[in-house]
Design a protein around this ligand. Structure first.
Ligand code: GCW
Length: 677
């Protein structure tokens, strides 16, 4: 929290003279502590100077539960009516009068609502809102808003670019890093209410008594902030711990082991959230090893957790080596092929967790066809906040527009407008799902490896709470909170952020191209790779560039993956003329002289996109340079260095891809275009 400028600071000092709150629960105490810390920061004082009041008086900030509104509150009925719309996690913030004295009221039906309301009020103040103008009523659209950590027990982080894992498993449970509290505060400020602590490529040891105790210590810290802890579990855990003879989900001894294990976990973590499972995917064990299907596996675990109200988040990220027929050999079609037939077969406490797109967190993918195709199964969205395929923490890429694009994708399920966000909210299923983000958090001093990557954590949390939020508005909030709510800073910062994702698409994988990143690390261009053990790991498998053209035919003449979408969407994507140009080569293999809507040939258009991507990074660099007077030196230099590196690497992508595709097409570069270096 930064001190406000003089005039608003004086206004806040008059409007917030102290805090009156119950002190009977850890969550309300956390809210009070946050208000003290926040007000102290905004007012430029130490927090002991923020008075705690026994009773509301003029200028008090009052935390009030719906069940015990302050006596003497004017318009209490209106407030009750507002609270009736705030649900179990929402809040109402407004100016009110108690016995005639003006107060700020933060009211909610539950304690966590009070904490969320406190953060929301502080956010408005930090953004410069006048205290007497703030009136908020909000509640989350989805009940599960979860960060998935791909953190290993040795503190390495799979696809992590922000240093070691924040979870210090070696020192836990007796040494508890204060950063866990700050992590909880940051998440609660956004409304994130779940954390899967360990990598989906999980180890059996995670469920050993020692690690359960360590997990319990983290859960104790996160609990007051409304965050439940979940664990990724390895399918073969009981077998590997040598406590069963098989991991067959239909074997009663296996089911009994999991039930006992769940009981053991809940004895120390009574609000444990449940399990996240990656099974029969990329070499991980799973129920198919025993001839069973994903529903058999998920339901067995779900029954172990059900008595404790825990859930299973079962991932749909599965693909196997290409086989015939053609559709089965298209990786993009496999999750749907395996999961759609299981719709309706999952127990009530299973959610199927689906990546935003059908390949793997690419700079752009169409929404996964499973959204809208599982009307009897609650679904979790899995976004990747860490930028595995988007330049790690080096490239400035704001993911808000990517998240928004998927959430707003109209699945046309049932022939009606039905966005992915509405599918998650249960509009189709009648059963609500949730949203998960693969975390970009580590023990790096700035948490995320770069300043601008904090915006991706922020945007994930805000959109998880309100999937309909506009990503530009979220960027404005973040820029105002992070730098200053000053148009001279916010406007250019937001402009950089809003162009950044399309810039990366352009210099990496324009027009629907995908999966052309370097093998293994997924950083930098490698469209030429064709010698990996499995066909579907090779970039050439995805772009299929040759003399005849470029792109993956997913229409009826190819893999027909397009048929997995609702008929209206399938029809649109089946025809190059109605496929959005940005997805063209995802669905179609087209000749180089195909005429684009711009009037250019496909080849010329492709080259133009690569050029444009590099130009956009130039523009971002120039904007950042103009921000120098407004940003502290440390962050200024760090961002400037990263942008310079991004500029070099955008050029690398452009040159490598143009040179390679030119070799495939055999065509001359369009007039006026620079030859690749
Ligand atoms: O995105 C890919 C990654 C793997 C990851 C896998 C998954 C955790 O390259 O590192 O493994 O997907 O989502 O399971």
């Amino acid at each position: 929290y930064r001190p406000l400028p003089t005039a608003p600071r004086a206004a806040l000092a008059a409007a917030a003279t102290g805090i009156a709150a119950p002190s009977d629960t850890p969550t309300v105490r956390a809210a009070t502590a946050e208000l003290r810390r926040g007000l102290a920061g905004l007012l430029g004082r130490t927090s002991d100077k923020i008075a705690l009041a026994a009773q509301p008086r003029a200028g008090t900030v009052v935390l009030a539960r719906a069940a015990s509104l302050p006596a003497g509150l004017a318009d209490a009925d209106a407030l009750r009516a507002a609270l009736a719309k705030a649900g179990t996690e929402g809040y109402v913030v407004r100016r009110a009068r108690v016995d005639g004295a003006p107060v700020t009221l933060i009211a909610a039906n539950t304690d966590i609502g009070l904490l969320y309301g406190s953060f929301a009020w502080l956010r408005q103040l930090q953004l410069g809102a006048a205290p007497d103008r703030i009136a908020l009523l909000d509640e989350p659209a989805l009940p599960l808003r979860v960060l998935d950590h791909w953190d290993n027990l040795d503190r390495t982080v799979e696809r992590g670019y922000a240093g070691e894992s924040i979870w210090n498993w070696w020192e836990l449970p007796n040494i508890v890093d204060p950063r866990y509290t700050d992590y909880a505060r940051a998440n609660a400020s956004l409304g994130i209410n779940g954390a899967v602590l360990n990598n989906v490529n999980a180890k059996a040891e995670m469920l050993s008594p020692a690690f359960i105790a360590k997990t319990a210590a983290i859960a104790d810290v996160l609990r007051p902030y409304g965050i439940r802890v979940y664990l990724s579990v390895r399918w073969s855990t009981p077998l590997e711990l040598k406590e069963t003879k098989t991991a067959d989900p239909l074997d009663p001894a296996v089911a009994a082991w999991w039930a006992r294990k769940a009981d053991e976990i809940y004895r120390t973590i009574p609000d444990f959230g449940g399990f996240l499972v990656k099974a029969n995917s990329e070499g991980q064990p799973g129920p198919q090893d025993y001839g069973r299907n994903h529903a058999d596996g998920a339901n067995m675990l779900a029954r172990a957790l059900a008595p404790h109200h825990g859930v299973v988040m079962w991932r749909a990220f599965v693909y196997s080596p290409p086989t015939h027929p053609a559709q089965a050999s298209d990786r993009a079609a496999q999750a749907y092929d395996q999961f759609q037939p299981l719709d309706g077969k999952f127990d009530d406490n299973v959610l199927v967790q689906v990546k935003n797109g059908a390949i793997d967190f690419q700079p752009r993918e169409p929404a996964h066809p499973l959204f809208g195709a599982m009307p009897h199964t609650p679904l979790m969205m899995e976004f990747q906040v860490t930028k595995e395929y988007l330049g790690f923490a080096t490239h400035l890429v704001y993911l808000g527009p990517l998240f928004q694009e998927t959430l707003r994708f109209d699945t046309r399920a049932g022939g009606q407008p039905m966005t992915v966000a509405r599918v998650l909210a249960g509009a189709q299923q009648g059963r609500v799902g949730g949203i998960a983000g693969v975390a970009n958090i580590g023990s790096s001093r700035n948490w995320t490896g770069s300043t601008f990557d904090q915006a991706n954590w922020y945007a994930f949390g805000r959109l998880a709470w309100s999937p309909d939020l506009d990503s530009r508005a979220v960027a404005r909030e973040w820029a105002g909170l992070t730098f200053a709510p000053d148009a001279r800073v916010v406007d250019p910062v937001v402009d950089m952020m809003m162009r950044s994702r399309e810039a990366a698409v352009d210099y990496m994988t324009p027009l629907g191209l995908h999966h052309m990143m370097g093998t293994g690390h997924h950083y930098g261009p490698a469209p030429w790779v064709d010698d990996l053990g499995r066909a579907d790991w090779n970039p050439v498998y995805y772009h299929r560039a040759g003399k005849d053209g470029i792109g993956f035919d997913r229409t009826a003449t190819g893999s027909n993956a397009v048929a997995q979408y609702a008929p209206e969407v399938a029809r649109r994507f089946a025809d190059p003329a109605t496929t959005p140009p940005e997805l063209l080569l995802w669905f179609h293999h087209l000749p180089w002289d195909f005429r684009m809507p711009s009037g250019r040939t496909l080849w010329d258009e492709l080259v133009a996109h690569y050029d444009h991507g590099v130009d956009e990074v130039d523009a971002m660099q120039a904007e950042w340079q103009r921000l120098r007077p407004y940003v502290d030196a440390r962050r200024y230099v760090d961002v400037a260095q990263r942008l310079a590196q991004q500029r070099r690497e955008a050029q690398w992508w452009r040159d490598a891809c143009i040179a390679y595709f030119q070799q495939r097409s055999g065509l001359p570069l369009p007039a006026g275009v620079r030859a690749p270096d």
